[in-house]
Design a protein around this ligand. Structure first.
Ligand code: GRF
Length: 208
């Protein structure tokens, strides 16, 4: 049984997709051990509570410096004893100590086809503003392992979504969430839970 911890910062629609997929059997062999947010007002915390999942807030506002926050975050993750950490709309830079402790055991969902529109400064709506500004005809979402860069770890799954002529950033974000994020993140978790994902020479090898 794969024990996962889901880290969130906002509305938690990706968390909800994971909860629903575990409940429906789309994700097998997996238990959500807990949810951690850096934002005490994140509706994702409410979603966790409604699902009966332990949910805690570790806020940088409660620590006098970033090092103490980083320490508290890692301690909270460790206490839940996860096999896999899932970043689902988590807007916190993962401390290097945590990357080392969970090498190739942290995954992230990014709302573009990496390597486009990713890296420092590309998060939330800014990703879609960049895509529309560039005039791309296809965007999408990527699930990848987290390494010590920003959106640079080995890619696990991607799903393309068409960009429409009248798209606003909000409309594109919503379609990418519905058609891509909420599908490939549960799919990636299920594959990992069933031993189908390995990292070889920095690339993901999937044995479906
Ligand atoms: C989504 O676009 C996600 O890709 C990004 O944050 C947005 C909100 O995610 N990282 P959620 O609704 O909190 O899961």
């Amino acid at each position: 049984m794969l024990k996962i911890v889901v880290c969130v910062s906002g509305g938690g629609t990706n968390l909800q997709a994971i909860i629903d997929a575990v409940n429906s059997g789309t994700i097998t062999n997996t238990e959500i051990a807990g949810v951690i947010s850096n934002n005490r007002n994140a509706f994702a915390l409410e979603r966790a509570k409604q699902a009966g999942i332990p949910a805690v807030c570790v806020s940088p506002k409660d620590y006098i410096n970033r090092d103490l926050f980083n320490e508290a975050l890692l301690k909270t993750v460790n206490e839940m004893k996860p096999d896999l950490v899932v970043l689902a709309g988590f807007l916190v830079t993962i401390p290097v100590e945590m990357i080392k402790a969970y090498e190739n055991r942290i995954i992230n969902i990014h709302p573009s086809l990496i390597p486009s529109f990713c890296g420092v400064g590309y998060y939330g709506l800014k990703v879609h503003e960049g895509a529309l500004e560039r005039g791309v005809k296809i965007s999408g979402a990527t699930v990848h392992f987290v390494d010590d860069g920003t959106d640079t770890g080995p890619i696990i799954l991607q799903k393309a979504v068409e960009v429409r002529r009248d798209d606003t950033p909000k409309a594109l974000q919503q379609r990418i969430m519905e058609e891509a994020e909420w599908k490939i993140l549960p799919h990636a978790i299920d594959m990992i839970a069933n031993g189908k994902v390995q990292v070889k020479n920095g690339k993901v090898v999937i044995t479906e």
